[in-house]
Design a protein around this ligand. Structure first.
Ligand code: FRU
Length: 617
């Protein structure tokens, strides 16, 4: 349990930190509950404390909680207040209201026969004012080295920027439950992209609506007039309609002030996720906006972030079109080994991904500050390209102002098909490992994006728990043990010599019968991951799946695989394959078995590292 002055302090606890067991205060005396009818209850805060804990039951519909401060409506939250049992509690920060009168006017949506029935709801005896909230939550499936929110729901990473040695990560956050609702920008920071410190929400809902995804950047030229040291942010205000709003921060992204002239962009149709950057070539800001239902990205320009000119639209009829287009990003990179530079347009779409549900496609092309023109195949068509060939890689966007010209990205490690059903409770969803995007020209003449784990991740490596310089893989499995510490979290490296043209299977397994097969098939030029028997898979019919990626090059295939409690990320060493899949093994996987389908294959440089996330600090 953490005792604290305010909720910001309690959130400033590294996820790696383990805290002692919690003590809970009693609801008696800290709140006064008055029932007004079958669906309306007043809760008065009468006790002293920094926060109020809402008891949540996931399967219940949202109650509308109107927070009245000295009689005025301060905010409205939607909370699944517990009816028959408490799944977990979530804190509501009372510190801004010290010395003021706080009353919650709560409208529930459950059907009840009479007030007596309403009074029996589990929430009323468990709602409590306290100074403490347990953050030691270590659910079985909480990753050890991936970013997760301390509690509550998370979807898209967004608004990321780098400044003064600190990686700032914002994310779509519901602090009041582990399902999508009440979206604010959650905020975490890291010196190394592995160890994250959690902060108070940076941008919270207001009269224009919830705070949907967007972007941030530094504005050293003070083009917006908020100061040379300001961090500027654009996000979607989402209520009945979606519009784009501007905010700035003078304290390195901890708190933001909303621009009084918001919204700065309005349209007559659904558009969201503004992604802006300073275009050095034109001396103006550019902004991409997802014209979601039109399956296109709108391109804007601006001298000052406040007045925007619509320049063009890209994408109608191009690439994957089977879902809404969301979360764009646009940046320029050198093409490896050539003098060439190309623009990359990230376009997340949902559904319509290669294995169902959400996924990240991208286009390679040119951009002149007004129009993006995609590269085509010889026949003039624009090819569809995927940044990751797993099921759990979405809403991928990059950090602004990253050092050393790096283009570092992170994605949401889930899929809209089942994100709200995955078997976690107090928190829901993690982000992928951070990755570096590069460009290369493949044998087919096309430019592709590579995606390699960020170099910071190597510092996590602990001991080599298994290794083999070189051996012949045959149809008889060769078995290696995964580390025992930390539920077997590990990094696996190996090279597969494919000359013998036989399928090679890498099998992660435990003695409960859970298994994940990764199969390299030189004949078909693919690598696949089969999670159909990976553990708990029955929470959604869309979860059991085999995902597969093309392997463009023949010869030796070098693989790098990260296993972290509830995820597997497989990379070709140069990032030419990336595949991210969630798994929920009933027990941690304990072995890696390698075998071929029939002929032999040579495996070299096999190493299995234990991982120690805090070692990278
Ligand atoms: C993508 C998305 C965005 C939107 C956000 C809302 O996952 O739908 O388009 O801004 O989530 O949470």
């Amino acid at each position: 349990m953490v005792s604290k002055k305010n909720i910001a302090a309690v959130l400033a606890v590294s996820v790696a930190q383990v805290l002692p067991a919690s003590l809970w205060a009693s609801s008696e005396g800290s709140v006064r509950v008055e029932h007004l009818g079958t669906n309306n209850t007043l809760v008065r805060v009468v006790g002293e404390g920094d926060m109020l804990l809402f008891p949540v039951q996931e399967s219940i519909d949202d109650a509308r909680v109107n927070v009245l401060v000295d009689g005025k409506l301060d905010r409205t939250l939607n909370v699944r207040l517990a009816k028959s049992k408490v799944d977990y509690s979530v804190p509501f920060d009372l510190t801004p209201y010290k010395g003021k009168d706080v009353v919650l006017n709560i409208v529930t949506s459950q059907g009840r026969a009479n007030v007596r029935e309403a009074k029996e709801d589990a929430c009323w005896s468990n709602i409590v004012v306290t100074d403490t909230f347990p953050v030691e939550n270590r659910e079985k499936y909480r990753p050890a080295f991936h970013h997760t929110p301390l509690y509550g729901w998370m979807n898209d990473p967004n608004g990321m920027f780098y400044k003064d040695g600190v990686w700032h990560l914002y994310y779509q956050w519901n602090p009041y439950g582990s399902k999508w609702q009440n979206l604010a920008w959650g905020h975490s920071t890291s010196p190394d992209l592995v160890n994250w410190t959690h902060h108070k929400a940076a941008i919270e809902p207001d009269g224009l609506g919830m705070i949907f995804s967007g972007s941030s950047a530094l504005d050293p030229g003070n083009t917006a007039g908020f100061g040379e040291d300001a961090v500027v942010a654009l996000y979607t205000s989402a209520d009945v309609s979606q519009m784009q709003s501007l905010a700035w921060s003078k304290d390195n992204g901890a708190t933001f002030t909303k621009f009084p002239g918001n919204p700065v962009i309005t349209l007559e149709s659904e558009a969201r996720d503004p992604n802006m950057f300073w275009n050095k070539e034109t001396g103006k800001w550019n902004l991409l906006l997802a014209h979601a239902l039109e399956h296109e990205m709108l391109v804007f320009s601006s001298p000052d972030l406040k007045t925007w000119t619509l320049e063009s639209a890209f994408g109608k009829g191009l690439g994957a079109q089977d879902g809404v287009w969301e979360c764009p990003d646009l940046f320029k990179l050198p093409v490896d080994g050539t003098g060439e530079e190309k623009w990359v347009l990230l376009c997340n779409l949902n559904p319509g991904g290669p294995f169902g549900g959400s996924a990240t496609q991208y286009f390679i092309g040119d951009f002149d500050g007004k129009t993006f023109t995609a590269d085509t195949l010889a026949d003039g068509t624009v090819p569809t390209k995927w940044l990751d060939h797993g099921k759990d890689h979405y809403a991928t966007v990059s950090w602004s102002d990253a050092p050393d010209s790096r283009r570092t990205v992170i994605g949401w490690m889930s899929n809209w098909q089942y994100a709200a059903e995955v078997p976690t409770m107090q928190f829901r969803s993690a982000n992928t490992l951070p990755r570096e995007i590069g460009l290369y020209r493949a044998a087919d003449g096309q430019v592709y994006a590579s995606s390699t784990p960020s170099p910071e991740l190597e510092a996590m490596r602990g001991t080599v728990v298994a290794s083999a310089k070189s051996f012949k893989a045959t149809s008889k499995p060769r078995v290696f043990r995964l580390p025992q510490a930390n539920d077997g979290i590990c990094e696996i490296l190996l090279d597969i010599d494919s000359d013998k043209a036989s399928d090679v299977e890498l099998l992660l397994a435990n003695d409960a019968g859970d298994k994940v097969a990764m199969t390299y098939s030189p004949a078909s030029g693919t690598i696949s991951m089969d999670r159909r028997e990976s553990g708990i898979v029955d929470f959604s019919q869309d979860f059991p799946a085999v995902t597969s990626a093309p392997v463009h090059d023949s010869g030796t295939l070098s693989l790098r695989i990260f296993v972290d409690r509830s995820s597997i990320e497989l990379f070709e060493n140069r990032g030419r394959v990336a595949m991210t899949n969630l798994v929920f093994p009933t027990k941690p996987y304990t072995t890696l078995s390698i075998r071929t389908a029939d002929k032999q294959a040579r495996i070299t440089n096999l190493k299995i590292y234990s991982l120690n996330p805090s070692a990278s600090l």
